[in-house]
Design a protein around this ligand. Structure first.
Ligand SMILES: [Zn+2]
Length: 310
């Protein structure tokens, strides 16, 4: 499918089929009056990250083809299986995190097939913005991520997109693969993953962060004629250390998203169902807490929190 293969100056609702499954993903394609590049926007790669999904829906509905140069394709809900199952992190059919299996496999498991369908479409895009937020049991402070892969030109463009989005915290990630943005970078497509929203809430402020960010992206990349307004300076981090639960039990957190902490600070503790402490959790490095698990229930290996540092 050619992402821009519709008449100039028009918008159409469409579906992206996932071959080998009965999954169809709702998409909108908007083709501007003037020729240009193609922007892909994806929402709902994680099913419980509602502001990103809502922002994708409203962005697609509100974008006027008349003012657009080039084309925009929006996947409103990339992971309907997780969304309707109210499943945190994973596609329930295979237990896989969709944002760890990109670019997917045509004949793989359910998550891999969905990733493959989206990644195949992404090959025809010039830029990609993937909308996220804290999942059902994640408190989070807004941040944007881009990959350090794909060569200096791709990295520079992705960094410029992250800075244009208007979120104060930015991560340059050295993660190897599996995510939308890392997969995009390896295809030579500048991409960012943007996080706003948390704990399973459809929070209007977070929706607006995404909508403002997307408008900024359109301006920064020349998809619309308006100039990008000056953004507040953002801070770029290159270290991102996750702490996972060493034990299964009840997680009592002692930190909040957005808090600056020091290595060795108490971050929380895990207790057994009798109330006895089974693990003391400490901060792994100095930095800012970008997300922290909010569920009392924790399984061994679950992410507890992540700290970013320069
Ligand atoms: Zn996510």
């Amino acid at each position: 499918m050619n992402v821009a293969d519709i008449d100039r100056g028009t918008k159409c609702r469409d579906i992206l089929t996932v071959p080998g499954t009965d999954i169809v993903l709702p998409i909108t394609r908007i083709c501007g009056n003037l020729p240009g590049q193609t922007l892909l926007v994806t929402g709902g790669v994680h099913g419980g990250e509602y502001p990103g999904i809502e922002a994708a829906i409203r962005f697609a509905a509100g974008l006027d083809a008349e003012r657009l140069r080039g084309a925009v394709v929006v996947v409103h809900l990339s992971n309907p299986l997780a969304f309707f199952a109210k499943s945190q992190y994973v596609v329930p059919q295979d237990g896989k995190n969709l944002n760890r299996v990109f670019p997917g496999k045509a004949t793989g498991t359910m998550a891999e097939r969905i990733a493959y369908a989206i990644a195949t479409m992404a090959q025809e895009a010039d830029y990609w913005v993937d909308l996220h937020g804290g999942d059902l049991h994640e408190a989070l402070v807004p941040f944007a991520i881009y990959s350090d892969q794909g060569g200096s030109e791709v990295v520079e463009q992705a960094r410029a997109m992250a800075e244009a989005y208007g979120i104060p915290y930015i991560l340059e990630s050295s993660a190897i693969g599996g995510g939308t943005y890392t997969s995009a970078a390896r295809m030579g497509i500048p991409a960012i993953l943007t996080e706003a929203g948390q704990v399973g809430q459809l929070d209007e402020e977070a929706v607006q962060i995404h909508l403002d960010g997307l408008e900024n992206i359109l301006r920064a990349l020349g998809f619309v004629p308006e100039a990008l307004a000056a953004q507040a300076p953002s801070q770029i981090f290159r270290q991102f250390m996750w702490t996972n639960a060493p034990e299964t039990g009840l997680f009592y957190r002692a930190i909040t998203a957005g808090q600056w902490i020091k290595k060795g600070d108490k971050a929380g503790q895990i207790c057994n169902p009798y109330g006895d402490k089974v693990a003391e959790i400490q901060a792994s490095q100095d930095g800012v807490v970008l997300f922290v698990a909010t569920s009392l229930a924790i399984n061994q290996g679950d992410p507890l929190f992540a700290v970013a540092a320069p």
